[in-house]
Design a protein around this ligand. Sequence first.
Ligand SMILES: Cc1cc2nc3c(=O)[nH]c(=O)nc-3n(C[C@H](O)[C@H](O)[C@H](O)COP(=O)(O)OP(=O)(O)OC[C@H]3O[C@@H](n4cnc5c(N)ncnc54)[C@H](O)[C@@H]3O)c2cc1C
Ligand code: FES
Length: 271
Amino acid sequence: MCTEVPTPAIEPVVVVSNERVAEGVSRIVLDAPRTAGAVEPGQFVHLRISRHADFILRRPFSVHRARDGRIEILYQVVGLGTRALEDAVRDDVMDVIGPLGHGWRVPDGTKRALVVAGGLGAAPMGMLVERLAERGIEVTLAQGAPSAGRLLARELFDNLCSRAIVATDDGSAGLCGFVTVLSAEQLGRDRPDVVYVCGPEPMQRIVADQCAGAGVPCQVSLERLMGCGIGACLSCVVTTRNGLKRACVDGPVFDAADVVWDADGGQEGGR
Ligand SMILES: Cc1cc2nc3c(=O)[nH]c(=O)nc-3n(C[C@H](O)[C@H](O)[C@H](O)COP(=O)(O)OP(=O)(O)OC[C@H]3O[C@@H](n4cnc5c(N)ncnc54)[C@H](O)[C@@H]3O)c2cc1C
Ligand code: FES
């Protein structure tokens, strides 16, 4: 997975569907044959919401799934761009630059993986879980959300993971508490060969620390404000032990052990 990074290109895309799938979160399906055929788990697209001429800047979104020439994006409405995206209807035309960035890597010899997803952090995990399952890797998913109604992609995860456990802040599903309690338990219980994490940055950092303590390799997907998405504007820097890196081309997935947490303030909120 992700040994060769496909060349990104601009592709016109057509909206197939756009619907609410959880509280505050929608799924848009785009006809995008080139991107769908090239994207690897953990990569993203830079989307121009072109019905609205005032959106000069593109918005970055993880590709949740890619199949039959289509890509799926799970998105939360947080501002102007995502509000406009929510208004998009079937047959609207937009365009994407993609696939972009470096996605998840599968270390040689991996037999068991732990996937930890907090909130919108489930977005880049769909393709990952599909690919791990295809390779016969046993996947445990630990997923967290504020409430049961905000747990994403439950059906996909339940179908493909050997074990899918959840935590909610209000206790409406699974453990009442943070997903980091589940990740700590899982690390102690079935030592995985690798851990994949996405969600709010403080949560990613806690899981990274847990993995470092357990001696298990961990990958995190970091969110930064992105201007160009192709490495030119330096709006997306991440401080690593090997110097400053650009989340759009060197990430968004990084080895957790390389990340210098707090050095650049992280991303307010995260996913
Ligand atoms: C690699 C990558 C993958 C992403 N994948 C997804 C995804 O799968 N689903 C999803 O819903 N969101 C994802 N995001 C975040 C998404 O890009 C932003 O939520 C979106 O650009 C906000 O646009 P807006 O015009 O609605 O908000 P704006 O009006 O631009 O901003 C509204 C609020 O959102 C914050 N914001 C804006 N851009 C970002 C950003 N890049 N990251 C975090 N916060 C931001 C702003 O600081 C502000 O508080 C991803 C971001 C990155 C960098
Ligand atoms: S978004 Fe411009 S360098 Fe990363």
